[in-house]
Design a protein around this ligand. Structure first.
Ligand code: PNS
Length: 160
């Protein structure tokens, strides 16, 4: 049986923290589908196509990783691709409330779906897409936090 995991999120944009969790997931999943949410409640900096392209660029060396976008319920998307594992990152205790609610709701909607929480490498625990966006838009150096393709894309947004 192929163990398919989905790693959902907004990825606005993908960071080294996301990349770290994807490679960790490959230790127990045969295939990881990075699932980019179309209907994020947030107003993204990058369009859906841009977010997918940047993930493709950042993950060019990863094996058995696919990038897909999805609209609607995560539980339904997981079912449609045959995934029974959802990956989510836990960086701090403050992440836990929202994450546990989401895991329980997803389990209610799709009982065979297990959420697996992963802790990123310690030097990446303070990273988030929103902080990276803020630092980049205010002219800070984000080269340590994102793939060079993402850094270039952020610079292009700042220049506009
Ligand atoms: O990176 P984010 O913004 O924390 O990701 C949140 C995301 C996209 C995983 C979550 O909002 C989601 O699953 N959205 C899809 C709609 C859905 O299924 N909502 C019910 C979740 S219990």
């Amino acid at each position: 049986m192929t163990r398919i995991a989905i790693y959902p999120g907004s990825f606005d944009p993908i960071t080294r923290g996301h990349e770290d969790l994807i490679s960790r997931s490959r230790r127990f999943a045969d295939k990881v589908i990075v699932a980019v949410a179309v209907n994020s409640s947030k107003q993204p900096l990058f369009t859906l196509d841009e977010r997918v392209q940047l993930i493709d660029a950042a993950l060019e060396d990863e094996q058995a990783v696919e990038v897909r976008s999805f609209d609607g319920l995560l539980a339904e998307f997981a079912r449609s691709v045959g995934a029974r594992i959802v990956i989510r990152g836990l960086r701090a205790v403050s992440d836990f409330d929202y994450e546990s609610q989401m895991a329980l709701m997803n389990r209610k909607l799709y009982p065979e779906l297990e959420t697996v929480f992963l802790v990123p490498a310690v030097h990446l625990t303070y990273l988030s897409s929103s902080l990276v966006r803020e630092v980049a838009l205010l002219g800070g150096d984000v080269s340590a936090f994102v793939h060079p393709a993402v850094e270039r894309a952020l610079r292009a947004k700042v220049a506009r």
